[in-house]
Ligand binder design. Sequence first.
Ligand code: GDP
Ligand code: MG
Length: 704
Amino acid sequence: MMKVKHRRRAHQHRHGPDSGPDVKMALAGNPNSGKTTVFNAITGAHQHVGNYPGVTVEKKEGGTTFEGTRVHVVDLPGTYSLTAYSLEELVARDHVINDHPDVIVHVVDASNLERNLYLATQFIELGVPTVVALNMYDMAQDRGRQIDIDLLSELMGVPMVPTVGSREEGIAELLRMTIETVREHRTPEKPLRYGRELEAHIEEVRVVLDEAGGLGELPTRWAAIKLLEDDAQVRSLTEDTLDGGKEVLARVERIREHLEEVIGDDAEMALADRRYGFVNGACAEATSSTTRRRIDWSEAIDNVVTSRMLGMPIFLLLMWAMFELVFRLGAPPMEWLTSLFAWVGGHVAGLLPDGPLHSLVVDGVIGGVGGVLVFVPQIMLLFLCISILEDSGYMARAAFVVDKLMHRIGLHGKSFIPMLIGFGCTVPAIMATRTLESRRDRITTMLITPFMSCGARLPVYILLAGAFFSPAMAGKVIFSIYLLGVLVAVLMARLLRSTILQGPTTPFVMELPPYRVPTAKGTLIHMWERGWQYIKKAGTVILAASIIVWALLSYPGPPTDAPTGVGAPPAVTYTAAGRIGKTIEPVMRPLGFNWKVSIALVAGFAAKEIVVSTLGTTYSLGEEDTASGALSAALRNDPELNPLVAYAMMAFVLLYVPCVATVAVTFRETGSWKWPVFMATYTTSVAWIVALIIYQGGSFLGLG
Ligand code: GDP
Ligand code: MG
């Protein structure tokens, strides 16, 4: 390591003796690189926690005096890059550009060098003085990784110091190197080079910017690269601060299009690839491994699992196995639970005298909540499989394998995970979109996830397919509904991404963690956390909704002079729900749905499973009849229903407004009513159109 020259702070009094710190340092790094640990080691107890102005990102500041030099430290948010895609990255970038720290101390996890050093390329590009702390140096050594620090510093053009933050080792050397870097105004030695083609285009943009007067203090080369990446922030800055900014942007746009044509790839991806290539190359030259690492067999598995030939087949096989397992193993406990609730309902019914309370408890509460809880075994099994896939490290590979496909529909590979969870329950699926970095990707994913047919819709399909199709056909019919959901999701994603949610797709920076054998505890915890969301939904939203639906289906009762006997309208026609059903019937008629079906669909907004119990009520059946298959018979005997209407109904139930719990969680996750309201209206419109096409098209062809 370099010898440290001690210089006194004489020439550092920029603002007089006591007017502030001598060195303003900003700590940057990937999440979990040990940034906070290093921050604490530097500042000890002298720290202050606040927020970055105007945003809810935590800002930690602190200070220390080291060998007579006063150092002020800001802990930047943990980031992998400095794009304009996430709030954390923008905050970190703004601090570096606008607050002029004297030096960036970039904390990297030395046991995961390649990935961590990507961020360093961003500081190098900005030309800010940077020192790299090779933190977790102990772990790198434990894994048998030898790092030639001098060579790596030379290759990257920035000084590097090994540290072990958790043991406060190397902190003094880090501070010395940092202070020296500031004293000597040492900026990164080499700019990153992107190869002939990219460089030529960067240069073209740079000239355009220079001619227009430049972007203030921003390095023009950096701004040129960002414009080629179509960076939203630099774009608007260009438009707002330059004379003829629009014209400049149009010229840049032409250069970018030309570049993409020449290289046959997205400019942003190509630039990112070069940076990775640069970092990987530097690491390959300056490091070596003495022991066989665990990574080795991870790599061996990856060579098969993510390969072009076998990646997709393996993925499909695993998905198929998962659904087989869930539905086969889940069926028996589901039947036990169904009998259990029937038994409980029967007992309670015997205890309560006939009347509104009896009806409320038996039909409303036990029927409604029980109808949801019977799916718990299947949902838990699905979440168990998903947790195993995630904890073993395969899920990241699956996202990687489907990434190309997902990009075609304008989404990120990571969107795939929430969509998969959506087959269980949409509520945890919407929450799983949190892993997506770009807000546009995230909202698009939220908006299409409800089309992944959740477990709650299955009883509706089972009822309708069982009633109108032969046992041999029923399974295929239900499967086709699942496929229809995926197809609509794909089409809607494309549509949304090219209209209201237009924007660049985030380049794929997917961490591929080493494979691990998942621990039983971790897997069960993950399964439980997600499954609990579902049970909670049953206990809260669905309980409330069941009571409301029950009330709407019970009141007001028929007038005293209402006709009775065979052929008279059932009591439900007089109730509030009956009236709503009648009111919307004209809208539903073109889809082949009568008022009884319409009421059930309205009630299904509370939870899709309620469609089944409501049909039981509108066809004037008791709870026992619904269970015994009398409902199927009643549906078959209704001259207005036939297989075609049943299929249109299944499609409608699949696509229309997701349950109230989903709408509520969308509100919570997006923080505005705009998106849940949009979700409710557009899904219902799509459902209406698709059901119309099925019913009218089928009738035209003489089906049904
Ligand atoms: P941050 O997300 O970058 O702020 O990371 P933290 O400072 O919270 O550290 C993450 C974990 O790594 C903590 O459990 C630390 O104790 C641990 N850690 C930090 N530095 C080192 C180190 O140099 N070696 C080892 N083995 N662990 C470290
Ligand atoms: Mg931290």
